[in-house]
Ligand binder design. Structure first.
Ligand code: KIV
Ligand code: ZN
Length: 513
């Protein structure tokens, strides 16, 4: 189970394949965050997904902390088969007893015990001495080994622990039977160079280091958790403690998806990891939903914008060759494809690409027309969606059919105002203007259109719908009118619902002739 023994001291130069174990602590370090609590059923759902993702170890909880946590470790142990199930304890016998009990059904169980080793922890929190901390650490590991063969020891606040003392602790706990030794940067304080050097120091100065795996556990208080984790791996650590979406205490823990994809992208790192990266997005969404923690849009790998290209230049580049602006194939993390987001800065190439994705291949003239409509809409809406495009295609083709065009519309309405509309229409090349009042702005505008076209029509059905979400949304109007016993249907779409209504009415009456 240990790292390749002969490589101590050679890590910086070697380029050989080596397994890096993925230890997921979403159900322990992240789950203890206020607001992120899960019930047992939800934890089982996450654990099953983590198994699908291919994590090696699931830290399932801190069993002494509550009956709920105890029960979750029991149930997760029953529910998953492949990953090792790990239970956290303090270096205290009764914690270890309870953890051992909770792991009764685990195919492979691990007890993760430990104590603070920095001067802050030793003197201020624990009010002990380095020697008594060392004794308690050794006792805890020995005691845990009575129950399981796999015992991980954590030196809490190792990031701020004196190297020489840390090396002595690591040596002592390995001698006591620890199979894995965790070097947490509990406060997220270390720089990558410091944390990497700390791991290298241990690899080079702990005589029995080859009997255990060194693990990283980084917090993100300074935004360096992933960088620290990778620095540790490059210096000999072979287990990484991570969480989905980087959730965890305060600013969170190292994000699983970041470390995994950094290793996968950098082939020269040549580490073996058992993760099925195509499960990353599904896992991220599940955790985000169940823990009610939205993922920030620009979050690496799993954020909504992680594969979204919005500037025209980038969109053009990606359409020509994905690699110009993408280092990861979105499909590798379970995203169907990179999204060329349509905004006011998108060019015709991006629009054409999107239209062809929904099966629409306009000729150049029609593309120009849709593009004009698209720009008008994109100026009003932050993002133009596929649904919006479908509507634009519909309105562009119906406008091409129409001999009557709405060329101007001005509305006066509001509380204590008689709704009045001035409509300008071009009809077979001539322009007509008419002002009318009504019981509302739509009624006033439609009366004005009726006065211009002199058609005796009756509105039979009038349906207004918002398409996506938000107050900037595109409104869609379907109208059915009757004329001399026949029905005619019209359609309009616009961010201005009165304009959409008038266009829909005009679309219907233009079909009469
Ligand atoms: O951050 C930390 O030090 C921890 C330990 C309990 C492993 O979460
Ligand atoms: Zn932690």
């Amino acid at each position: 189970m240990g790292p390749t023994r002969a490589r101590i001291g050679l890590y910086r130069q070697t380029n050989m394949s080596d397994k890096v174990y993925i230890f997921d602590t979403t159900l322990r370090d992240a789950e203890q965050v206020p607001g992120c609590q899960l019930n047992t059923i939800e934890k089982i759902e996450v654990a099953r997904q983590l198994e699908k993702l291919g994590v090696d170890i699931i830290e399932a909880g801190f069993p002494i902390s509550s009956p709920g946590d105890f029960n979750s470790v029991v149930e997760i142990s029953k529910a998953v088969t492949n990953p090792t199930i790990c239970a956290l304890t303090r270096a205290v016998k009764k914690d270890i007893d309870v953890a051992a009990q909770s792991l009764e059904f685990a195919k492979r169980g691990r007890i993760h015990t430990g104590i603070g080793t920095s001067t802050y922890h030793i003197y201020e929190k624990l009010r002990m001495t380095p020697e008594t901390v060392m004794e308690q650490a050794v006792e805890a590991v020995k005691y845990a080994r009575r129950f399981v063969d796999d015992v991980e020891f954590y030196a809490e606040d190792a990031g701020r622990t004196d190297e020489e003392f840390l090396a002595r602790v690591v040596e002592a706990v390995i001698a006591a039977g620890a199979t894995v030794v965790n070097i947490p940067d509990t406060t997220g304080y270390c720089l990558p160079s410091e944390y990497g050097a700390k791991i290298a120091y241990l690899m080079n100065n702990v005589p029995n280091i080859d009997k255990a795996i060194i693990s990283t556990h980084c917090h993100n208080d300074l935004g360096m958790a992933t960088a620290n984790t990778l620095a540790a791996v490059q210096n000999g650590a072979r287990q990484v403690e991570v969480t989905i979406n980087g959730l965890g205490e305060r600013a969170g823990n190292t994000a699983l998806e970041e470390v995994v994809m950094a290793i996968k992208c950098h082939k020269n790192l040549d580490f073996e990891i058992g993760i099925d990266s195509k499960q990353i997005i599904t896992t991220s969404k599940l955790v985000s939903n169940l823990m009610r923690m939205p993922v920030q849009a620009n979050k690496a790998i799993v954020g909504r914008n992680a594969f979204a290209h919005s500037s025209g230049i980038h969109q053009d580049g990606v359409l020509k060759s994905r690699e110009t602006y993408e280092i990861i194939d979105p499909e590798d993390v379970g995203v169907d494809q990179s999204s060329i987001v349509l905004t006011a800065r998108s060019g015709r190439a991006a629009l054409k690409h999107h239209l062809s994705e929904i099966g629409y291949n306009p000729d150049n003239e029609e593309l120009d027309e849709i593009y004009q409509r698209f720009l008008e809409l994109a100026d009003k809406k932050k993002m133009v969606t596929t649904r919006d495009l479908e509507v634009l295609i519909g309105t562009a083709s119906s406008r091409r059919r129409m001999s009557i065009q709405l060329t101007g519309l001005q509305i006066v309405c509001g509380k204590s105002t008689v709704p009045t509309a001035t409509v300008q229409i071009s009809f077979d090349g001539d322009t007509f203007t008419e002002t009318a009042c009504g019981n509302g702005p739509v009624d006033a505008a439609i009366t004005a259109v009726k006065n211009i076209t002199k058609r005796r029509v009756h509105i039979e059905e009038f349906l207004i719908q918002a398409i996506t979400r938000g107050s900037d949304d595109l409104g869609k109007v379907h109208m059915s009118i009757s004329h001399k016993g026949k029905m005619y249907h019209g359609f309009g779409a616009n961010t201005d619902i009165v304009t959409a209504s008038v266009e829909s009415f005009i679309d219907a009456i233009s079909k009469i002739a």
